[in-house]
Design a protein. Sequence first.
Length: 102
Amino acid sequence: MSFAGIVFDMINRFKYNESMRKVRKERYTKIRDLYIDSLAKHKIEFIDRKKLPPEAMKKLKEKIRKQMSRTRIRNNIITVIVSLVILSVILFGFYLFREIHF
């Protein structure tokens, strides 16, 4: 009796693993399709990195690094400016509160 239970459990695990594989594959294709659609929306061509020669891959990596660096710097500048504006509004509010109550 116990051998049949073990075999039944193995069969169920195989079925479960197969279903999980299908779910992951569907999720992967859905994400990949969304990615390719977003590239097409922004007029960027999808590049299969396995087909690129090493020189082109190096140029592409350098271009991506420069773009990320620019984006990071721009985000840092925006963060600093917004923080200064918020800080100045808070300090001005404290100044007005102090003028009114004291």
